[in-house]
Write a protein that binds this ligand. Sequence first.
Ligand code: IMP
Ligand code: MG
Length: 428
Amino acid sequence: MKKIDIVLGLQWGDEGKGKITDFLAPTYGVVARGNGGPNAGHMIKVPVNKSLDELFPLHTVPSGIFGSGLNHIGAGVVTCVSSLRLEIEGGNDKKGVSYFQPNWKNQLNIAGESVLILPIHKALDGIFDKMLGIGTTKKGIGPAYADLCYRNAILVRDIKKPGFKKKVENVTDFYKKNFWIAETIDNSKFFEDARWLVDSLEVVSSSIYINDMLEKGHSVLAEGAQGTFLDNRFGTYPFVTSSSCISGGVLTGLGVGPGSIGNVYGIFKAYCTRVGNGPMPGELNNDVGDKIAEIGREFGSTTGRPRRPAWLDLVALKYACRINGVTHPIMTKGDVFDDPFFETISVTDNYILPNGSKTNQFISDAELLGKVKPEYTEFKAWDDLGKTTIAHSVHPYLRNYLSHIETAINLKVSMISNGPGREQIISL
Ligand code: IMP
Ligand code: MG
């Protein structure tokens, strides 16, 4: 029986999971998404032709789609049929080009258990966010997951059933009436795209499909979305997303048992970023943060919002490695510090609490986390990671940085990514 390996984010999302998945995918039979929805934005570099490479954003489709294996949109994903159709037909590309291979229908299927994001969910997302101030992506993620908990959700498997349209209109009317929504909610495009979905993709049961594949000897890669600190239980609640972004979420999102899990690839950047609101120790509201954002191109790939940079937080990283059972930590974007602007860089080793005491344990209470002061260690920055190709020529200053991280998390960093290209990965 083959195993499921997991790629997930150890920070607030945008760690470079898409690139790592795209890199690892060729060795797997199936790449599967088990959480989140079109709030995710996985930028991957697709070889379009021999001379040109383009960065392409994936939101719902697993990052294995440009390879030769199979891809599964799992039960734990909330599906926006219109966004998914646009993604496949090329609407996400500036030039409207679709890079999907002609046989994409044979390479992708979807779980019947996946919750549909309805047009009314997007309206509700706006209403709730006005009150809560989380700064969501406004894709209707929270209200769609809430409907699952209310036992009111409409699933992908319902699309083909006779009462589907009526059910959608009833849910829409229910919310319109009880939330005094005056805005017109037109479901006609949604119905058209929902039909397109079931005409285009095979609808399967997540748990049966994935377990059958494992039994038949195909390895599976579960691609996480968002990141550990956006997990709806263990992240910085309430400034989180509405799904489980940790490795436990793979079990419930794909319907597999804990014994099926193999390697857990935990991705972290050499610094932190967060998009939307909520606390993040070590935040750099200054020219250093601006420079990181500029060189690291830290703008949300789903909403285009600027990401907020911070120094790497080792208190948080240790918590993330433990909660996810990480076996292979992978650091990305260390090449950002190649720029001569960065003579020294810092990491957070401890938090100083408002009462003056010190802790090296993460604080998930967002209110208290917002009040801690980081205790930093400073490192000399390197200048050549972008040009480095093999482990033994990694700059000694970067070696120092890595060994400090390794001591804190009690794990060896297994790879570093030093650019957006598929080949820009150094195994350590
Ligand atoms: P939601 O997932 O749209 O409800 O947004 C909740 C919070 O998670 C907001 O702060 C978003 O900015 C953040 N978020 C959601 N998806 C992503 C992602 O893929 N990367 C980074 N942040 C995300
Ligand atoms: Mg992203």
